[in-house]
Design a protein around this ligand. Sequence first.
Ligand SMILES: [Zn+2]
Length: 221
Amino acid sequence: MTFEEHVENIKKELGIDSNLQIVCGEDGARDYIESIRKKNPSHAKCLEDMYLKSKNTRGIYPWPVDEDLILIKSKNYVGTLAHEMRHVWQYKKAKDKFCWSDPCRNKLKKNLNIIIYPVSKKELDANKYARDYCKKERMEEEFNFYRWAVFEICMNRFAVLLFLIIILCTIMFPSLFFFSVVSVVSVVSVVGVVGVLMLIVTCRKKFYEEKLKSKCSLDDQ
Ligand SMILES: [Zn+2]
């Protein structure tokens, strides 16, 4: 299936209307950013930093400036296409179920986005959709990458929950936490195990990300 056929396929699957524009490649993105720079300098700068200069960002849905546009670095990134198109679906069909805070508005929101992004419901949902789409279309590398990306967000969410439980318990039962060797050892062990699991998940995701990048750059040549 070609990239354009995947676009039509996903549009049909998600029920997205046909106004959606997809700009492929870095040159197209650069032209787009220049076209909005006069009217929207902060967003142009933000897209430059978050998308063009970032090695790990393969695609972006710039909903604050254009809700009918996706920027994607290569036509080989079909999983990324599915991920970004799911964001379009979230914005257009389920807007109130997700949080829409514009990271390009100001520095505070940009920094807040860096903290929220690894545990975000929006990212989890988009990664799950991309994983299932790649599995259905038998794209092994992309399926593996998104499978581990889903695990990573789930682990991050679990770690945050664990951290909050530990903080809450320490506040509520300080004597138990500071004077009982058993509870201190248990907490340290649980935190250690979760930390190791998070490291394994992140390494697996990175492994498939690199595999995907090298396969795509070979195909692009
Ligand atoms: Zn995303």
